[in-house]
Write a protein that binds this ligand. Structure first.
Ligand code: FES
Length: 187
């Protein structure tokens, strides 16, 4: 046992002895059992520990539940026309923002002419992904993550979940972004 700890224990025992000696003359007038009192204190302390750990458990479960809910949530926003989508050549991509200016996204037109769109933030550490025409996939240059260009699912690397999906609708020959879906680990 370290000498510091020994000193602390000795001081506590000495304090306890001093209190007992000082209160001894009054014990008959004011019966007070210090041993029982110490037990109550321990019980109270255990109750306190139980309550705080229960509260921690409940709040942790709440946060976990919300994270699971958020991870699979789809949010509809005001539809926004994606400028330049019609002129996009198959096998190429363009950047846009949706729903707000800071929400960067990428629209891809695959070789078969179909559109798909995703949030541009890599789900690992938020680096912007780009479309590799050569490899026909979305790639993250930061830690070599790769995503499927049609589904946004993780192909390789450290990203833990697919890219956010931008829901698209084609109306009167124009391509609109209509919603954004945050996805959990779907593997
Ligand atoms: S930030 Fe994309 S792989 Fe790390």
């Amino acid at each position: 046992m370290s000498s510091d700890l020994t000193k602390v224990i000795e001081r506590v025992l000495s304090d306890e002895q001093n209190v007992r000696e000082a209160s001894a003359p009054y014990v008959t007038e004011f019966p007070y059992d210090r041993d029982k009192e110490a037990q109550v204190t321990r019980r109270e302390f255990c109750n306190f520990l139980f309550l705080t750990s229960s509260a921690l458990l409940v709040s942790t479960a709440g946060f976990a539940g919300k994270a699971i809910y958020d991870a699979g949530s789809e949010v509809k926003f005001t539809p926004a026309r994606i400028q330049g989508a019609l002129d996009l050549k198959p096998g190429t991509a363009l950047n846009f923002t949706y729903p707000d200016k800071e929400d960067t996204a990428i629209l891809i037109r695959s070789e078969d002419g179909k559109y798909s769109a995703f949030g541009q933030k890599c789900t690992h550490l938020s680096c912007p992904v780009f479309y590799s025409k050569e490899n026909k996939r979305l790639e993250c240059p930061c830690h070599e993550g790769g995503f499927d260009a049609k589904t946004g699912t993780v192909l390789y690397g450290p990203p833990p979940r697919p890219l956010d999906m931008i829901e698209l609708e084609v109306q009167n020959g124009e391509v609109f972004a209509v919603g954004r879906r945050v996805r959990g680990n779907e593997s």
